[in-house]
Design a protein around this ligand. Structure first.
Ligand code: ZN
Length: 233
């Protein structure tokens, strides 16, 4: 089975639409979403609608939780806080109830889905590099954990971490961000995973960044949130 993973869409409908078109061409069996559908971008409701139509599994992200008042804004920087409050006023009641009911993690058939990290999904810790995964492998429910949250794609293998867990090769895959990449490549990112061959492809695609940035400015959201899309940071 071929699964597409999308994550960290952040209200960027231009990026999401392009990602879904690209996924469609690749003939996947299903699509899963690892959270942060909303927050930062100007089209939270449109993104939520599309994600609900196209995916069969959705995980709660910290920005989804913040937008419905389920997570404190204490740890959010100023830009994120402003965007979260704006998003809260934009979503309708049904959309908020839907987001509020999303699970923190799902595990099935050896695969584990979380937004942040497997060891403590509710802490919203970040995986940016192999330094961050050392103590995470043991917490994986199954053999492979798919994460988002840092907006930096990556493929981490337990055997490379040299932890002495002989015979185990658990894996953590960061699927990157559709709507706000932060690895200095402004193209959208999503992951394709084959459950038989265990092959991974991290797909990058160009999308209409100018349009997404223009909408952020028009909505009165912080200028930085528009600019960063152009830089992929
Ligand atoms: Zn995010």
């Amino acid at each position: 089975m071929k699964i597409a993973f999308i994550s960290d869409i952040h209200g960027n409908i231009e990026a999401l639409t392009t990602a879904l078109q690209s996924i469609e061409k690749r003939k996947v069996d299903r699509i899963a979403c690892l959270g942060d559908i909303v927050g930062y971008g100007a089209n939270p409701s449109d993104c939520l609608k599309l994600v609900r139509q196209h995916t069969d599994k959705i995980i709660l992200g910290n920005h989804d939780a913040a937008a419905v008042g389920k997570e404190s804004l204490y740890f959010f920087n100023d830009y994120a806080r402003q965007a979260a409050l704006w998003t809260r006023n934009t979503l309708d009641e049904e959309e908020k109830e839907f987001l509020e009911a999303l699970p923190m993690e799902i595990s099935e058939d050896g695969l584990h889905f979380v937004h942040g990290t497997p060891r403590s999904p509710q802490s919203w810790n970040y995986i940016f590099s192999h330094y961050d995964v050392t103590f995470e492998f043991a917490a994986i429910k199954g053999h492979t954990c798919f994460v988002g949250h840092s907006h930096v794609p990556g493929d981490y293998h337990e055997k490379d971490a040299k932890l002495g867990n002989q015979g185990k090769d658990r894996r953590i895959i960061n699927v990157g961000s559709v709507g706000q990449p932060r690895d200095r490549d402004p193209r959208l990112c999503f992951a394709l995973y084959d459950t038989e061959s265990k092959e991974l492809e991290l797909v990058r695609e160009e999308y209409d960044i100018a349009s997404a940035a223009k909408k952020i400015r028009k909505a009165g959201l912080p200028e930085f949130l528009a600019e960063r899309l152009e830089h992929g940071w």
